[in-house]
Design a protein. Structure first.
Length: 94
């Protein structure tokens, strides 16, 4: 978990601010599941998935979840009025 937290911190403070200036938050938010599916597919395609492959996939998924998803969620809600943010967060939080 320490390595996942370190990678998440590096992404959150070093990589994401630059990437989010180049890409739309909605596109980033919608592309995250495809990265997770690709990591699962990589594990399925391996003849003998070892602990390193599974740990790398887990770390990638947790890094996406901890750092990128939180930032993308907040950036999507910023232009909305109070009621839309409140209802949107309630629906997505389910």
């Amino acid at each position: 978990y320490a390595l996942a937290n370190l990678a998440s911190g590096v992404f959150q403070f070093g990589v994401i601010p630059h990437v989010m200036q180049l890409l739309r938050p909605a596109w980033v938010w919608l592309s995250m599941p495809s990265v997770m599916v690709a990591m699962c597919g990589w594990q399925l395609a391996a003849k003998e998935p070892g602990l390193t492959l599974v740990a790398g996939a887990f770390m990638t998924m947790k890094t996406l979840e901890y750092s990128i998803r939180g930032v993308a969620n907040e950036l999507i809600y910023v232009p909305l009025d109070f009621e839309s943010r409140y209802v949107g967060k309630e629906v997505i939080g389910m």
